[in-house]
Design a protein around this ligand. Structure first.
Ligand SMILES: [Zn+2]
Length: 349
């Protein structure tokens, strides 16, 4: 299996992230990528080069006005009197939770209003290198997808910054461009139906919203119950999709403290749903932050569970692109990711 990564993804290194009312150092930092590259080599993942497919694949998911904002936000913000080191909004617009595809255009022209419109929370600061890094993170997903389409072999996109909290027109939760959505849309060129399965400990609210009204992309997620956990406003068990997409969204929230058995059982349920729906190809939004040692985790999931779910997803034997999402303990990620990959590769043979 190839591992795709581009060094330009390292250029995003924000300094600020709001936790419980305090600004702290972001957990999402470049060390996560180098840590995973080192950990996944012995599991048989060979690094391969990322190509530049341009803005086309990104623009199929994200609105043009949002992409324009991401490109210019830092420079515009720096023109403010006494500007801080990076773009953070101090006012946010109202937005519905799940079916968030249409809210019109952003009316403010000032950078503070645009930041509040296009940034959903205080965990997606924009600095000088953010656009470049997010662009190459998305290109990593595109190259990994093209590799699967060309060879039929599963591929791993080491996307960083991650993507599953990014909406068509909104950054949030460390995410700017929705890499899994971009990969799924690209797979649609050859497959009639795609499943995106998200086992990150946070619900992928951006991915859900992007495909909520579509029957051709099934979104299934196991995650921590959002009633007292990020992303708070989406990820509930009664969100099944809307319109033509009704029945093509499945959330399996787990209570805080849930163990390996519950996490594995939920993954197995999602796998059965993928089979029942007859999905032809698979995008895995792979986060390692359900691990009990992750600083953001409220679950009691161990490394052994990641090996078990690697077996579950590999056993489906579907053409698969694995997209890196969360995972913030270097130690836990360095154990969970290779455990998953070894089991996935062994089962997929
Ligand atoms: Zn996460």
């Amino acid at each position: 299996m190839h591992l795709f990564f581009d060094d330009r993804q390292m250029q995003h290194l924000p300094q600020q992230y709001m936790v419980h009312g305090r600004i702290v150092d972001p957990f999402e930092n470049p060390n996560r990528a180098s840590n995973l590259i080192a950990a996944l080599g012995p599991a048989g993942l060979a690094p391969a080069q990322v190509a530049d497919a341009g803005l086309g694949p990104i623009a199929k998911i994200h609105q043009a006005d949002y992409l324009d904002f991401l490109k210019v936000a830092y420079a515009d913000f720096q023109a403010l009197p006494k500007a801080g080191p990076e773009v953070l909004a101090n006012v946010h617009s109202y937005r519905g939770a799940s079916d968030g595809l249409t809210r019109g255009r952003c009316k403010p022209t000032g950078i503070l209003g645009r930041a509040g419109w296009y940034m959903g929370d205080m965990s997606c600061a924009i600095m000088a290198g953010t656009w470049e890094a997010a662009y190459w993170s998305a290109q990593t997903a595109v190259t990994a997808t093209d590799s699967l389409l060309a060879t039929g072999k599963a591929s791993f996109a080491l996307c960083r910054p991650p993507g599953h909290h990014a909406y068509t027109d909104r950054a949030s939760g460390f995410c700017y461009l929705n890499n899994a959505a971009i990969a799924a849309e690209r797979l649609r060129s050859q497959f009639a139906s795609v499943a995106i399965i998200d086992f990150d400990t946070h619900h992928g609210d951006g991915t859900q919203a992007i495909f909520y009204a579509r029957p051709d992309v099934f979104y299934g997620s196991v995650h921590t119950d959002p009633s007292a956990y990020y992303p708070h406003f989406a990820g509930y068990a009664d969100e099944f999709g809307s319109g033509a997409g009704a029945g093509f969204n499945l959330n399996l929230p787990l209570p805080q403290g849930a163990d390996d058995a519950a996490y594995i059982r939920a993954n197995a349920s999602l796998a059965r749903e993928v089979q029942r729906l007859g999905c032809q190809t698979l995008v895995l939004s792979a986060g390692w932050d359900a691990h009990k040692d992750d600083p953001l985790s409220k679950l009691n999931v161990t490394t052994a569970a990641f090996a078990r779910i690697g077996d579950i997803w590999g056993s489906l034997n579907l053409p698969t692109v694995i997209i890196q999402e969360g995972g913030y303990s270097l130690q836990a990620s360095a154990e969970a990711a290779p455990a998953f990959m070894r089991a996935f590769l062994a089962a997929a043979r």
